[in-house]
Design a protein around this ligand. Structure first.
Ligand code: ATP
Ligand code: MN
Length: 450
């Protein structure tokens, strides 16, 4: 069926005048005069459109009446040089077939310039718009770049469970998994995972280098523009590596992501820079070209306190950094990405490596402009006595962590890893301001339609 079918992206870049071909797509707009109809077609392969000229001889009533904005069509024709500006070639139709009409006035994407809120209400249709087509193409590029990046460095892609009985020590509130009938289907409480890390560590202790890339769930009732209830996370884990290697890996990975968009989505990027965020390209160039700043949490608190800036939450040693603090550091103070290491032990999870000062752990966050935290990671505590000590001090039952402790009982080695929120990376690379607009069908408190 699709053998002679050409995608618009290929036609626009390589198509030669004189070629006969078939193109299928959706009508973005139509203009009709006595002699001729112009159709503007998009097929999702690119943000660019193909102009189709339908001569009056073949412009039957059905072409004129039913091929409206939103309709799907199949068009056979000859590629000709375009006399118009902005395109090299256009298609002179010899056969026009209506595949699916869009019944006139009811099609909700009739006009341009709908609000993002309105688009969220028609999430099943929004992939047909310029903005969301570009977002989802960039999302795909970033996913493929992720697999390429880790694959080329010898990381093994592993699959960790989505249904889990461990809570990754309060990484977030969890969703319970139940059947509609029998309780305790798994013989115990089960939840949707908040992180694949603990399982990932078990695999790294064997494969050396691993990464996960999967869905993650958090039941926090947060209504911010940076949190979802269901989001995707990439979690590499490296045996025999430490916190500095972890920061280096995060920097290389973020740069690879940004590079992939420059390489594969130049037209989408141009569109975002024009219509969504005028500083997008310069922000991405900074990420690509500058070495990330590396500072300690203690120094970061010092900079924030000396800044003279009025923060809603005054920065204090021992408290977690707020988004306003993170954004000040990366956007105003350093004007580039910042990796912060050495957080107070008391605000971090039990599995993080205890530094010699006994006050801080080898945690690291990477902060980027416009987003704040995009990566959170750590060197892991591999010394079993220290793990047990901390769990007991936190009032935890060692039995609940038995397999994780057991893992470190045999052949434990220094290891480190991090989690990158995939949607935050998509926000970063598109300039989109709300995380609900970079995942096709967002799940957030009160939101699970579609
Ligand atoms: P935040 O402080 O922004 O809420 P966190 O510290 O709770 O994030 P981590 O547990 O460190 O998040 O998770 C690793 C990464 O996953 C974060 O750096 C972030 O990019 C992403 N992330 C965390 N929670 C969410 C969420 N609810 N929605 C989307 N991405 C998230
Ligand atoms: Mn974090």
């Amino acid at each position: 069926m699709g053998k002679s079918l050409k995608r618009i992206k290929t036609i626009l870049s390589d198509g030669e005048a004189g070629t006969m071909l078939t193109v299928k797509g959706w009508v973005r707009s139509r203009r009709t005069s006595k002699q001729v109809s112009f159709l503007v077609l998009n097929d999702g392969s690119t943000i660019k459109t193909l102009q189709v000229v339908v001569p009056a001889e073949i412009a039957t009533a059905s072409v004129v009446d039913d091929i409206t904005t939103g309709a799907s069509v199949s068009i056979k024709g000859e590629l000709v040089e375009s006399p118009g500006k902005g395109q090299r070639v256009e298609l002179r139709a010899t056969e026009v077939e209506l595949l699916g009409s869009a019944s006139g006035e009811n099609y909700p994407l009739q006009k341009k310039g709908h609000s993002m809120e309105f688009m969220r209400g028609i999430a099943h249709l929004r992939a047909r718009t310029n903005t969301f087509g570009a977002v989802f193409r960039v999302r795909s590029t970033l996913a493929q770049a992720t697999h390429r990046f880790f694959g080329e460095r010898g990381f093994n892609y592993v699959h960790t469970p989505i249904i889990t009985a461990s809570d990754c020590e309060g990484a977030g509130e969890m969703f319970e998994v139940k059947t509609s009938g029998k309780d305790h289907f798994f013989g115990r409480e089960a939840m949707l995972t908040v992180s694949g890390q603990l399982n990932g560590e078990a695999l790294a202790y064997g494969l050396g280098l691993i990464y996960t890339f999967g869905p993650t769930f958090r039941a926090e009732n947060s209504h911010t523009t940076r949190h979802l209830s269901e989001f995707w996370m990439i979690e590499p884990e490296m045996a025999f590596y430490d916190i500095d290697d972890d920061v280096d890996l995060a920097e290389d990975y973020l740069k690879a992501l940004v590079n992939s968009v420059f390489e594969h989505n130049p037209h989408d990027l141009e569109f975002f820079n024009k219509f969504i965020d005028k500083s997008l390209v310069s922000t991405l160039e900074t990420i690509r070209d500058s070495r990330f700043e590396r500072i300690s949490y203690t120094d970061a608190i010092g900079i924030l306190q000396a800044s003279g800036k009025k923060f809603e939450f005054p920065p204090a040693w021992g408290d977690d950094l707020q988004t306003e603090h993170e954004r000040f550091l990366t956007e105003e103070h350093f004007k580039r990405p910042v990796a912060i290491t050495g957080y107070p032990k008391s605000i971090k999870a039990f599995y993080m490596y205890n530094n010699d000062d006994e006050k801080t752990v080898a945690a690291m966050d990477v902060l980027v402009p416009r987003i704040g935290e995009i990566v959170g990671g750590s060197q892991r505590e591999h010394r079993i006595e220290r793990l047990e000590e901390r769990l007991l001090a936190d009032g935890m039952d060692l039995e609940d962590y038995s397999w994780y402790l057991d893992l470190h009982r045999y052949g434990a080695v220094p290891h480190a890893g991090f989690g990158l929120g995939f949607e935050r990376a998509v926000m970063l690379c598109t300039g989109m301001q709300n995380i609900r607009d970079v995942i096709p069908f967002p799940r957030a408190p009160g939101t699970a339609a579609f």
